[in-house]
Design a protein around this ligand. Sequence first.
Ligand SMILES: Cc1cc2nc3c(=O)[nH]c(=O)nc-3n(C[C@H](O)[C@H](O)[C@H](O)COP(=O)(O)OP(=O)(O)OC[C@H]3O[C@@H](n4cnc5c(N)ncnc54)[C@H](O)[C@@H]3O)c2cc1C
Length: 409
Amino acid sequence: MTITQERQTDLTDFRDGLRAFLRRIADDFGAGARLSDEHQGCDRIASVEELREGHEDRVRLVRRLQAALYDAGYAWPSGPTDHGGRGLSAEHDLEVERLMNEMGFPSREALFVGLNIVAPAVRHHGGDELRARVLPALYRGDAIGCQLFSEPGAGSDLAGVSARAVRDGNDWIITGQKVWTSMAHLADLGEALVRTDPDAPKHAGLTMFIIDMDSPGVTVRPIRQITGGAAFNEVFLDEVRVPDANRIGGAGEGWRVAATSLGSERSSMSGSTGPVTPHVLDRLHGLTGRLAAEAGPVHHEQVARTVTAVAALRAAEELTEKSWSHTLAPISGSVLKMLMVRAVDEIGRLAQSVLGERIYFDSGEWDTYAWSEFVLGAPALHIAGGTDEIQLNVIAQRGLGLPRPPKNT
Ligand SMILES: Cc1cc2nc3c(=O)[nH]c(=O)nc-3n(C[C@H](O)[C@H](O)[C@H](O)COP(=O)(O)OP(=O)(O)OC[C@H]3O[C@@H](n4cnc5c(N)ncnc54)[C@H](O)[C@@H]3O)c2cc1C
């Protein structure tokens, strides 16, 4: 048997076991409802999933689901066995996401930041003790994570963060303000980028820490959004005491750690953890099919644009699963994010063109006004994880080796 055949057999066995396990727990977690076939029940559809106030039941369900996956060995198949993984490949991880999407399991948005932003940083840069303490907690859903990077004066220019940490024996004392912190209102721990050496060049004076969100001095205030939700927050850090054991990577190495988190965040905004899911495409298909008779030539053009954007995204995702060339690997997250955003925009435009005025007011008709949340959430995707302009800069400078534009032009 060749290595490829062996891998194939292994994946097939894994998939069979996974499918049987998911079937066993499906009812417990409300999986399997194909909403577009039923034309009833909750028709919510969002491009940015928001856990609003009052969604505590949903968060509890998602934690329970994640614990069930972890205990059965499906939360992190590629992870090391001593941290709750099975030592398998990234393909096995993708298989879990794919099958759960296909079978209609609830989205695990509450865990997105912890699993796709915080965990990669701890995994690649954290010491043994920190990894053993934090990774199983995140992967089992016992801990929800948030990303404490952006500040009122530092978003695109992230290396300009001014939250400060000062060493005090075995601890650090952190003071500053973070903003746009998704899930902070639910989070147990946060990955915080702070300045530890104000005299060093700005990228070199940063260090990354895990902050316990229940620590004295942490205050979380929700920010209300256009969609009506309040999924992100301002976070105030007032002399928060953090043990040195919670440092991710060396003092002064925070920028390198942030790059790991950001690369993973951008890639994770596409594929099965992104907004262009089979469920969304299924719903879009149902919508356009149902209302096709009312649509004109503009609508046909929009269908073609949407199909092209989704096909480009899927092709790039497939390339990522196989491998990007050595030169292009560092920009794969930015390329995927740009293609994802374009696909979301085209899907939103198609829904708008089909629905006309029905998207603007709630008549109670199933699968109509619900699309307004998808459309209203789309602009946020041009900003979250780094704006479009920043992704284009990354692609031009890091991928193509073009020079930085001169300042003040
Ligand atoms: C839904 C959502 C969730 C988020 N969640 C989190 C989170 O959990 N944690 C967190 O830390 N942050 C989070 N953010 C914040 C996000 O990372 C920042 O909003 C983003 O990086 C932009 O920073 P800014 O808002 O300060 O805008 P600015 O940096 O002030 O940018 C303003 C405008 O100037 C442009 N610009 C700036 N610099 C350049 C340049 N060099 N070249 C070209 N154009 C430039 C930008 O593209 C943008 O159009 C979230 C944002 C959103 C929308």
